[in-house]
Design a protein around this ligand. Structure first.
Ligand SMILES: [Zn+2]
Ligand SMILES: [Zn+2]
Ligand SMILES: [Zn+2]
Ligand SMILES: [Zn+2]
Length: 488
């Protein structure tokens, strides 16, 4: 019989969330506050975590999926690392991941040294299983909504409720032309009235403000919800630290070299944190001065939610107004493209009408596609540039032996950024160093995780717990990215 674990997983006081509640129909939209789909998805994340931590984590197929996805995404990793009840399951999972991923990287390294290398493994990891699960649940919820909304006699206005724009976009990409023509004007009105409510905002309320104090029926809150959906993951972005952000005339190479030799977190994650803070601090400073910033405001749901964390009502209102305006333009363009153009009398013969009707339907797939496409977000763009520029700087630095030694003595890279580095095609020498350092970090991490598992056994209870006790958090961070400052 196996030894009982010294730190058994605490039995949760709450009963297991019932999965079948997901099956209840979209008529919930009538009563649910905010977006019906967001509401359902927020509980789905909890359900996934519960089933993962207490049941599925050790299944071979779970471990296989997590190996191909290189663990969880940043958000699901950060969420998991905050929950101490996941310690034992996440130690087990990351022990397996560190061993498998480390072995594959080392094997690829030796294959490359013998000239047999092709595309490196992990250059394009699979999507995070928790995200995939959530997307599948969203797909099912939307499927049942589509089936209720499609009949001609359905009350679209009530069924849609206050569907957020991110979910509205996914919904319209599944609708038929007649329903789209009924729904687009309704949604255009919803967006316009949210914008009207925002423009009535008293400017005296602008400025510093805490999101804790914001009422649920605050027009800004409602408009934010419409533009971005529910703010489930907002807390994983750092609050604004202006002192850190505004350093005049900094030397990016010196700063990066400091991060390179630090052992606490991935230097590329740090650079992205800095880029985010700098960008948002600049916006917060320049917006009240009347500077034109609309082309720089965050637009994607994740960054709109993160903006809510910055405790700056003026900035949140500007970002939400801008996002709603872009959304309304997209909806209006769709409506214009679908509305039939007036026909000259001479062309209205029966024969021609048939052909024209066929022609009029042609924009429909294009409109559906363009409405389904996310709006480009300037902050996402900035962060991906920050990530790639940092990686290219890393490649340049480790060409020289003294910087290479710094990198070898530091944290290395998180698996997300190690994976990205492979796509940027570093030289053979640089890619060999990156892989060697990554494999070495994973080997050490695996030893720590094994040590933690060993000490958990009953027979080793006289041994004092050491730093290996927190190795599971470092493992999540290694795989999902660094989020030390973001979890406050
Ligand atoms: Zn939603
Ligand atoms: Zn995820
Ligand atoms: Zn990183
Ligand atoms: Zn974004």
């Amino acid at each position: 019989m196996a030894d009982p674990p010294r730190n058994p997983v605490l039995n949760p006081t709450a009963p297991a969330p019932a999965r079948k509640s997901e099956e209840s129909g979209p008529s919930q939209i009538l009563t649910a506050e905010g977006c019906f789909i967001c509401h359902r998805i927020s509980t789905w994340d909890e359900k996934y975590r519960f089933w993962f931590l207490h049941e599925n984590y050790s299944f071979p197929e779970t471990l296989e999926r997590l190996t191909h996805s290189l663990g969880f995404c940043f958000f699901h990793g950060a969420q998991a690392a905050l929950d101490p009840s996941g310690q034992s399951s996440l130690t087990f999972v990351h022990n397996v991941l560190a061993r498998r991923v480390g072995t594959i990287i080392s094997r690829d390294l030796s294959r490359r040294s013998t000239g047999k290398g092709s595309i490196p493994p992990f250059a394009v990891p699979d999507p995070c299983p928790a995200c995939k699960d959530r997307d599948d649940a969203t797909g099912r919820a939307l499927f049942s909504l589509v089936s209720e909304i499609e009949p001609a006699e359905s009350d679209c206005r009530t069924l849609m409720g206050s569907l957020c724009f991110p979910h509205f976009r996914v919904l319209v990409s599944r609708l038929s032309l007649p329903v789209l023509l009924r729904i687009l004007p309704l949604y255009e009105t919803a967006l316009s009235s949210a914008m009207d409510a925002l423009s009535e905002e008293n400017d005296k309320t602008a400025g510093e403000w805490s999101i804790r104090g914001i009422e649920n029926n605050d027009p800004l809150r409602l408009a934010h919800r419409l533009a971005a959906g529910e703010e489930v993951n907002a807390k994983f972005f750092p609050p604004l630290n202006k002192e850190k952000a505004i350093s005049t005339f900094r030397n990016p190479v010196t700063n990066f070299l400091e991060d390179l030799s630090a052992a606490d977190a991935c230097p590329v994650c740090k650079e992205m944190d800095r880029a985010w803070t700098e960008w948002m601090a600049w916006l917060a400073d320049n917006l009240p001065r009347g500077m034109e910033v609309r082309d720089l405001l965050p637009v994607c749901p994740a960054h709109l939610r993160a903006t809510l964390r910055l405790s700056n009502r003026h900035l949140v209102a500007a970002a939400v107004r801008n996002a709603l305006n872009l959304a309304r333009n997209q909806v209006r363009q769709g409506l214009m493209a679908l509305s039939p153009s007036p026909l000259p009398n001479s062309r209205k013969s029966l024969f021609r009408l048939g052909r024209l009707r066929h022609r009029e339907e042609r924009p429909f797939p294009e409109v559906r596609r363009s409405l389904g496409r996310p709006l480009p977000c300037p902050v996402c763009h900035r962060l991906s540039v920050a990530r790639d520029r940092a990686l290219l700087l890393l490649f340049a630095l480790i060409e020289s032996p003294q910087h290479q030694a710094r990198f070898e003595g530091g944290y290395g890279l998180c698996l997300r950024h190690f994976s990205r580095s492979l796509l940027l095609k570093p030289s053979e020498m640089v890619s060999a160093i990156l892989a060697e350092v990554e494999a070495a970090r994973l080997a050490l991490l695996q030893w720590e995780l094994e040590e933690s598992l060993r000490k958990d056994a009953w027979m080793y209870r006289p041994e004092a717990a050491g730093t290996e006790h927190t190795a599971w958090r470092r493992a999540v961070q290694r795989f999902s990215g660094s989020f030390g400052e973001r979890s406050g």
